[in-house]
Structures are given as C-alpha cells and as structure tokens.
Design a protein around this ligand. Structure first.
Ligand code: FES
Length: 314
C-alpha cells in the first residue's frame, strides 16, 4: 500500500474549477440528496474532479469540492486520502495498477513488477512521454485469472512478463489491445476451455420441443404425482386409525376404573412408582427429604393413636 499524501507543491496547479458540463453534472448529483445532506455527494464529485484533471486529484480540486458542498476542506481531504480510487499523484495516460497480493504474487506478479520498473520506472512516476505510470495495489478481485493488472478502467489478466511487456508497448504506441485474459480462455473459465456443458446438442435450437426428453419429463411428473397421492392416502389412513383408537379408549375408560384397582397414585411432579428409572435426585423429592411435615397415612395413623392413649384407658 502506497503512502497517501498530496503531490508535491511543484506539481500542484494554482486553481481548479469544474467545466460547465461537469458543474451541471455535479449539481444533479447534489440534488439527489435531501437538504442538509449535500456532503453525501463528496465521492461522486471527487471522482468527477479526478476524471477532469487527467486522472489525479490536486489540492485545488479537493478544496473546490469542499467549497461546493459547504464542507471543511479537511473533511474532503480525509475522504480523498482514505480511498485508493483517488490518485493524489499525477498519473500517466495509461495508469497501471498492478496487483501484488498473494494469489497474484504466487502466480508471478513479482516478475511483472520488474517489467514495470524496466518499462515505466519507479512507482508513482510518469514516463517522460506522459504515457505510462504504475502503482502496486492490493487484490482487485480477479485472483482466478492471476496475475493481473488494471489499466485505467480495464482488467488485463493471465499476464506473463512477455505478454505484459507487449501490452505496455502497444498501449504506449496506441495500438489496439484486448482487455481481459491474455491467454486462450474466456473470462474465468478453466485454462484450455470449459469442462462442463460441452454437449453440442445443448446448443442445438432444433431440439427445442423435440426428442424424448419431453416424455421423460412427463413420466417424472406422473411418478411424482403418484408418490404424493399415496403418501397423502397413507397419512389420512393413519390419522383415521389413531382417531378410532382414541375413541375406543375413551369409551372403555370408566369400566377400567371400577374393575381395576387404581395403581398407587403419583403425586403431581413426582415420578410414578412404576417408572423403571428415577432421576438421581428423586430421593430428595420425598416429604422427609424436603423437610416437610409427614402427614399420617392410613397405615401409620392407628399406631400413633395407640401410642398417645392414656394408660388409664388400657
Ligand atoms: S490477488 Fe490479485 S486480483 Fe486478487
């Protein structure tokens, strides 16, 4: 990452003003925001100022944008120095932003840097003819076609020292160049061509509406409909059987109460006596364990009464 400082004074212009067309464009951008929020247009205006001033932002342009938006110049300077899309140093007619992040570095970006140094010179300097300048930047999001560089608004990918050197030469001489991959592949498909959807029949328009694929689709739809219907019927039968069982159980309920001795009732919140397993702390849930008074049960009551009887009555 380069140091984000304004260009030295000797290259700074004395003043900056938007052209009439750009002034009109700037007013339209500002009008997009509510009253009092004009500062929201700072990035578009800085971008337009950079575009007007040969690809870089001088101090005068930053101050002009601040004045137009009613902002403190320092606030606009903060934005301009934060975003690397704003160039604070003069750039060449073809500004090369060479990616030096890991995927590109692993694929040969170091060799491309050497090409830049040989063909253009040190970073952030413009060639004597004003045609080229370069800067190492962070990942530009085209890692699958690494190594790559952005030159003005276009990406150039799958670079090698040879094709990169030729590319720079073509740009300098004004010869036509091809953005995108510089090898024989389209976009980011695999090297050597695509590996999927290669059946030519897929691209044969005459196949539309013909062939047995229609029959296959129809069969699949019919099978799916049959499956859904059978699952629905099974679910309905199961629900009906459960309802009948519940109704039978509710009818038989009172008879069972009369004829069958009631099992030992479990107190609410306590496990049933017949439960095979009890929680580890089940013993703590008994009245004695919890410190509650033990009420007489029918079995224990006579014994206590006997114990309390006066001797004279015996
Ligand atoms: S690392 Fe170079 S484009 Fe992502």
């Amino acid at each position: 990452m380069s140091v984000r400082r304004l260009a030295p004074d000797h290259v700074q212009p004395a003043s900056f003003a938007f052209t009439a067309a750009n002034e009109n464009w700037a007013d339209q951008q500002i009008a997009k925001y509510p009253e009092g929020r004009q500062a929201s247009a700072v990035i578009p205006l800085l971008w337009k100022a950079q575009e007007q001033h040969h690809g870089w932002l001088p101090r005068a342009a930053i101050e002009a944008v601040a004045k137009k938006l009613g902002m403190a110049p320092m606030r606009v300077l903060e934005v301009a120095t934060f975003y690397t899309m704003f160039n604070l140093q003069p750039v060449g007619e073809h500004f090369v932003q060479l990616c030096g992040t890991t995927p590109c570095a692993l694929r040969g970006a170091e060799a491309l840097k050497k090409v830049c140094e040989e063909v253009i010179g040190p970073q952030s300097t413009v060639t004597a003819d004003g045609k080229l300048s370069w800067l190492e930047v962070e990942c530009l999001g085209a890692c699958c076609n690494a190594p790559m560089a952005q030159i003005n608004f276009d990406y150039y990918e799958d670079l090698t020292p040879e094709n990169f050197r030729k590319l720079l030469g073509d740009l300098r001489e004004g010869r036509p160049v091809k953005p995108g991959p510089q090898v024989d592949r389209s976009c980011s498909e695999p090297l050597g061509g695509g590996e999927t959807l290669k059946d030519a029949a897929l691209y044969d328009g005459s196949m539309i509406g013909a062939g047995d694929w229609q029959a296959r689709i129809t069969t699949q739809r019919e099978e799916a409909a049959i499956k859904i219907a059978s699952e629905k019927a099974a679910a309905e039968a199961k629900a009906k059987a459960e309802a009948e069982a519940a109704a039978a159980a509710s009818k038989a309920g009172p008879t069972d109460v009369k004829t069958t001795p009631a099992p030992e009732a479990a107190a609410p919140g306590r496990p049933k006596p017949s439960a095979p397993k009890q929680p580890a702390n089940a013993a703590q849930d008994t009245p004695s364990a919890t410190g509650k008074a033990i009420k007489d049960t029918p079995a224990k009551a006579p014994a206590r009464k006997r114990a309390a009887k006066p001797k004279s009555e015996e």
